[in-house]
Design a protein around this ligand. Structure first.
Ligand code: MG
Length: 275
């Protein structure tokens, strides 16, 4: 029988391939770096410090927009279990609808709140205006992402549909317009990738304001922009003194604004050197 040598050579090939793959994925345990280099200004670490913790490994997901492994998935098309609404001050199950793997606003039922609270965060959220949208200005599919229940990133149809600049889609409402308008046509999905830095308070003193960075359909429209206080209509309001984390909500702007949402995930910003 000639199967003996063939089997042996096949095993050799498999063994060699296995050795190559395992070598490629070996985790190095010996530390690289230095202890005889200068201390970095404002840090406790030497330049290239061999004792500095390795960043925690995070699986980034299999495509752009996918939730990384350390994200809290708020909505993946299946259920609204991470959300609630309020009725006379009491938390109730959401009345907004699950429809074809999206969340559909049921106007007039109130805002949709996360059960969990967030402060500093990275938020990914996708939204869509109706393809046959009607209305003018602020009346075209108005919703919004309210960070800490206080700071609105506007959701609206602003594709060749004028309104005041600091109220169009991608605006930090009432404060800053987006630098450019990368919005797609109604009926197409839009994405927000928001990096939010919560304000810091000590008593009634604002130690540090809130900051927003926003990528709108992948295009940077705010770059660590400072907020002057709460979002407001036709007013300038100071900060109120919230906790370090508060609920996120999606705005119900009434029955004539049927916006859809999908693929919502959030990461609490971990900070450096957490290993
Ligand atoms: Mg709004």
């Amino acid at each position: 029988m000639s199967s003996g040598p063939i089997r042996k050579s096949a095993l050799f090939v498999i063994g060699t391939l296995a050795a190559c793959f395992s070598a490629a994925f070996v985790v190095q345990t010996n530390r690289d770096g230095y202890k005889d280099t200068p201390i970095l200004p404002g840090q406790k670490w030497h330049v290239h410090d061999s004792d500095r913790p390795y960043p925690k490994e995070v699986d980034p997901g299999n495509k752009p927009g996918a939730a990384p492994s350390d994200a809290i998935v708020l909505f993946d098309g299946k259920d609204l279990s991470k959300f609630c609404q309020f009725e006379n001050g009491t938390e109730v199950a959401p009345k907004w609808k699950l429809k074809n793997g999206t969340i559909e606003i049921v106007g007039g039922t109130g805002n949709l709140y996360t059960k969990e609270k967030f402060g500093d965060c990275q938020l990914h959220i996708e939204w869509q205006e109706a393809p046959d949208i009607e209305g003018f200005g602020q009346g075209r599919g108005n919703s919004g992402v309210f960070l800490m229940s206080r700071y609105e990133i506007q959701v609206l149809d602003s594709y060749r549909a004028p309104t005041y600049a600091d109220g169009q889609a991608g605006a930090i409402y009432g404060q800053w317009p987006p630098m450019v308008n990368p919005q797609r046509k109604p009926g197409q999905w839009q994405t927000y990738d928001i990096i939010f830095e919560a304000p810091r308070f000590e008593g009634k003193t604002v130690l540090s304001p809130a900051y927003v960075t926003l990528f709108f359909n992948g295009v940077m429209v705010h770059n660590h922009e400072k907020l002057n206080g709460l979002s407001a209509h036709r007013a300038v309001l100071p900060y109120d003194f919230s906790g370090p984390e508060e609920r996120l909500y999606l705005q119900d702007h009434g029955p004539k604004h049927p916006v859809h949402y999908r693929n919502i995930w959030i990461r609490k910003i971990p900070g450096y050197d957490k290993g």
